[in-house]
Design a protein around this ligand. Structure first.
Ligand SMILES: Cc1cc2nc3c(=O)[nH]c(=O)nc-3n(C[C@H](O)[C@H](O)[C@H](O)COP(=O)(O)OP(=O)(O)OC[C@H]3O[C@@H](n4cnc5c(N)ncnc54)[C@H](O)[C@@H]3O)c2cc1C
Length: 335
């Protein structure tokens, strides 16, 4: 054993000595493996987590991906606006990349839910729903966001099919169709600016008193966009395909698509429990290397960035490279 290997391994044993007794008995993750220490554990194995794992696997890092397979776009039949995968079924994009990534012998994938993590000295210990435990040097949260459906009949069933969050992802497919925007003030106005490029059959539903500025109202009127303040009672649909909006005053509006941005929360609360800071929107705050304010804890994808597959893949790749560089520098510069 050379000096560097000896120092690294003794450091690991010394660090482990500080762990609580119950956490010392690690269960096996994979038949091929007989140790439960990983360079990196990635919580979340969708687009951003898999992208990070690819960069790390290609750098010979021992990586464990733990994922419970609930990506936010699982309600959408097709995914668009990501080169080479335009129009693909969302799960087939991640399935294809999972297969490619698991060819790297140092990358492991486990279907499970991470329930808690603990920082002990410079290591992180994770525990899962299945009762497994593992430790790692660096922890990456690629855990995404959870959309909270409003209490409007039919909304959840149409979400991702004909109730759409993003004109870039799904707007082309419903171009020129009768389209609604569910929203108010600046959000609805910005949607109107973007969507009016895709259809001129556009109505804004504020679902209560409108809150536009006088200038915004003038511009909306100039663009022939009606504002409807009546409360929405239900979305009528067939298998998620919107037919019309029913309003409280017994009127209804035939529509093919409705843009909406429901409230959201972090899909996984563990980063916040660890002390990671969030901005006013509830997204994790990161530095230029995708690291949170907690040393060794990184994040990528929707939990901290603009929501799109391309951005998730980009930030995942950046996180993978930054974590690898950090591990490499820590080892290389060790005197
Ligand atoms: C309805 C809908 C349609 C969309 N359509 C498009 C589109 O057409 N084109 C496009 O570019 N973008 C689209 N998006 C946005 C895109 O889906 C997201 O930007 C992308 O999925 C983000 O990837 P991610 O890896 O950050 O998070 P996600 O894909 O949400 O994945 C997070 C993963 O982490 C897992 N996870 C969370 N917590 C834990 C835990 N504690 N333990 C284990 N696993 C955990 C989840 O189960 C999930 O598998 C759409 C979004 C929605 C909501």
């Amino acid at each position: 054993m050379n000096r560097r290997k000896f120092i690294t391994q003794s450091g690991l044993i010394a660090s482990a000595a500080f762990l609580p007794g119950s956490l010392m008995s690690f269960t096996k993750w994979n038949e091929k493996e007989d140790t439960e220490f990983f360079d990196v554990i990635i919580v979340g194995g969708s687009y951003s987590g898999l992208s990070a794992a690819l960069a790390l696997g290609r750098s010979l890092r021992k990586v464990l991906i733990i994922d419970n397979k609930e990506p936010c776009n699982r309600f959408a039949p097709y995914s668009h606006n990501f080169i080479t995968q335009d129009g693909e079924v969302p799960s087939s994009i991640s399935e294809k990349s999972r297969k490619q990534i698991l060819k790297y012998e140092t990358v492991f994938y486990h279907h499970d839910t991470v329930l808690e993590t603990e920082k002990s000295k410079d290591l992180f210990i994770i525990r899962t729903k299945e009762g497994k435990k593992a430790t790692c040097n660096k922890l990456l949260f690629a855990t995404g966001l959870k959309d909270i459906m409003p209490d409007i009949q039919g909304f959840a069933e149409c979400w991702g099919v004909s109730v759409l969050h993003c004109p870039y992802c799904h707007g082309y497919e419903v171009r020129n169709e009768a389209t609604g925007i569910l929203g108010n003030s600046n959000l609805a106005f910005h949607y109107a600016q973007l969507v009016s490029n895709l259809t001129d059959r556009l109505t804004i539903f504020t679902n209560g008193k409108e809150e536009f500025t006088d200038e915004q109202k003038k511009i909306l009127q100039y663009n022939d966009i009606q504002i409807v303040e009546e409360k929405i009672t239900a979305l009528e649909h067939t298998e998620g395909k919107l037919k019309c909006l029913h309003m409280g005053n017994q009127t209804s509006f035939p529509l093919t698509a409705l843009y909406a941005r429901p409230a959201f929360e972090q899909h996984c609360k563990i980063p916040i429990q660890l002390g990671c800071k969030t901005n006013e929107q509830g997204l994790l705050i990161l530095d230029n290397s995708q690291q949170t304010n907690i040393s060794g804890v990184y994040a990528c994808g929707d939990n901290s960035a603009f929501r799109s597959v391309a951005v998730a893949v980009s930030t995942g790749s950046k996180a993978g490279a930054a974590i690898n560089a950090s591990l490499a520098i820590e080892k290389f510069n060790f005197l």
